[in-house]
Design a protein around this ligand. Structure first.
Ligand code: NAD
Ligand code: 022
Ligand code: ZN
Length: 375
């Protein structure tokens, strides 16, 4: 069939909106009509050419929601008409990683996904001239119709609005999951969130959900303050307006009884390796945990003195918030529908597919939290 897609033809060039050919789903695959997709930093990172693993031409996009229209042979867990969210971290429930119950990083289709092809080694997309176009993160949600492995879709309830739940396909789950799954924050905790963009705001609401007491937000941009307060931030620090962020946080978290000070948990949502160091070092001696969520530039290295770890601080990282997509994503959709979490205020812009490059401009200008494309 033919479908409309925004194609990343070459690094550093705007996406080109065009008709492409899409082959039907083969065994173990499903075809999904994408109804809405968010534009996330990783799409920009790849399109810019800064991602050394980025391949072209490709159809980017990994934060979508839509409806199953056709299933290939042997598919049992979804059927045409089901509402789904594509998963860039699949969940096969059979590989050593899934069975370990210690990680969400399913390895069933890892290598082919990274090469931009389906598990059988081929692409379903071609140009109208017949040249192959690659998939991206196993999702390619910048196409109106796409094909995914069955293990890379989460079936969700049908009354949830696509234009909001698409954000659960990356940002919402990453931020909330980092708190619940990776850090396992407990009631009464003191936490710090570095970077109050689309991910940081979701960490904030995860912390509120987990019952954290003190939720300190750190951002270079004071304009981020009102929205962050709305999502649960109790204290704000602008590093440009204080001498030493680490000391500031340590002082803020001291009590008459505990004069050591330090956060129980911190989260890097910036991707800046200097921030990552501060995030570790502002945590409490003996038990503080710092979770890296931000994706650093290719080749970047983190530094700290081993003494920081020897004295009990813990450095962790998280991919997709440690969430097992097919199991956890439907629950997060329920939380949204039950009003436990909020998404609507974070979707600051909605665009048509023809306007998708505007979404990247808004991201560069720091004007958007999330731009969502509606098909
Ligand atoms: P964003 O651009 O919306 O937000 C980043 C925020 O950090 C901005 O508000 C900016 O002002 C602030 N900031 C920048 N430098 C800072 C500094 N030195 N100190 C304090 N604040 C600073 O980005 P986002 O959408 O929130 O994404 C954040 C990061 O999370 C990105 O690196 C993204 O790639 C990553 N991410 C990771 C995963 C994962 O699974 N690990 C998933 C999604 C996104
Ligand atoms: C999503 N991300 C950032 C913004 N939006 C993001 C980027 C990378 C990862 C997770 C989220 C990530 C962490 C660890 C890995 N990836 C490796 C997983 C593995 O090897 O098992 C990652 C993922 C997918 C892809 C590349 C890297 C890909 O499909 N190309 C999950
Ligand atoms: Zn993303």
């Amino acid at each position: 069939m033919r479908t409309r897609a925004a194609v990343a033809v070459q690094a550093g060039k705007p996406l080109e909106i065009m008709e492409v050919n899409l082959e039907g789903p083969r065994a173990g695959e499903v075809m999904v009509e994408i109804k809405a997709t968010g534009i996330c930093h990783t799409d920009e990172f790849t399109l810019s050419g800064a991602d050394p693993e980025g391949l072209f031409p490709a159809i980017l996009g990994h934060e979508g929601a839509g409806v199953v229209v056709e299933v290939g042979a042997g598919v049992t867990s979804v059927k045409p008409g089901d509402h789904v969210i594509p998963l860039y971290t699949p969940e096969c429930r059979a590989c050593p990683s899934c069975l370990s119950q210690k990680t969400n990083l399913c390895t069933a289709i890892r290598s082919t996904q990274g090469q931009g092809v389906m598990p059988d080694g081929t692409s379903r997309f071609t140009t109208l001239d017949g040249d192959p176009i690659l998939h991206y993160m196993g999702c390619s949600t910048f196409s109106n119709y796409t094909v995914l492995p069955e293990i890379a879709v989460a079936k969700v309830r049908e009354d949830a609005p696509f234009d909001k739940i698409c954000y659960i396909g990356c940002g919402v789950t990453t931020g909330i999951g980092a708190v619940i799954n990776t850090a396992k924050v407990e009631i009464g905790a003191k936490a710090v969130v570095f970077g109050l963009g689309g991910i940081g705001l979701n960490v904030l609401q995860g912390l509120r959900l987990a019952g954290a007491d003190m939720i300190i937000g750190v951002d270079l941009n004071n304009d981020k303050k009102p929205m962050a307060e709305h999502f649960g931030m109790t204290h704000f620090i602008n590093p440009k307006e204080c001498e030493n962020v680490v000391q500031e946080i340590v002082n803020l978290t001291k009590t008459p009884f505990d004069q050591i000070g330090g956060a129980d948990y911190s989260f890097d949502c910036t991707g800046n390796v200097k921030v990552m160091r501060d995030a570790l070092e502002c945590t409490h001696r003996g038990w503080g945990q710092s979770i890296i969520i931000g994706v650093a530039p290719s080749g970047a290295v983190i530094e700290t003195r081993p003494f920081q770890l020897v004295t009990g601080r813990v450095w962790k990282g998280t991919a997709f918030g440690g969430a097992r997509g097919r199991t956890d994503v439907p629950k997060i959709v329920d939380w949204y529908m039950d009003g436990k979490i909020e998404i609507d205020p974070m979707i600051t812009h909605t665009l048509s597919l023809d306007e998708i490059n505007k979404g990247f401009d808004l991201m560069h200008a720091g004007e958007s939290i999330r731009s969502v494309v509606l098909y």
